[in-house]
Design a protein around this ligand. Structure first.
Ligand code: MN
Length: 147
């Protein structure tokens, strides 16, 4: 097998999914979760939806995402607590987190950043700012991985 054949095979594998960035979407609202996942998949990301916040940490450990999108208002558990738990996990603490919240108060944004989220969007979320924030944080993850 010559070099060009090897390169071709590698290229096929790369477009077959191995190079896709992974995004974990934790959101209990069915419409929002589907919207986020559809938009991300259409933009070439591999997406793992999580409706039940209590499953989020286990799913993150299994999926090893490049970015976590975290709804703050979840039943039974706070997105703030989940972010704090991600940041205490040795394998997940460097994964960027984009928080999404229905409350837009200044104190809320400070608390979200204090627990370790790198990005923050207030609902209702528009697609343009959403994808801009996703790309910004995914790039941050790449730089950390390359360093
Ligand atoms: Mn919610």
């Amino acid at each position: 097998m010559n070099e060009s054949r090897l390169f071709c095979l590698w290229g096929v594998e790369a477009t077959g999914g191995k190079m896709m960035k992974r995004i974990l979407v934790v959101e209990d609202n069915d419409l929002n979760r589907k919207l986020f996942c559809d938009v991300l998949a259409a933009n070439g990301f591999s997406v793992e939806p999580v409706a039940d916040g209590e499953m989020a940490i286990d799913r993150a450990r299994a999926f090893v995402p490049n970015l976590v999108i975290m709804d703050i208002q979840l039943p039974n558990v706070s997105g703030l607590d989940l972010i704090a738990r991600l940041k205490r996990d040795a394998n997940l603490r460097n994964t960027p987190v984009l928080a999404v919240t229905a409350y837009a108060g200044k104190g809320d944004e400070e608390r979200i950043r204090e627990v370790g989220a790198q990005g923050y969007l207030a609902k209702p979320v528009s697609i343009g700012p959403f994808m801009a924030a996703v790309r910004n944080l995914i790039d941050r993850d790449s730089r950390e991985a390359a360093a």
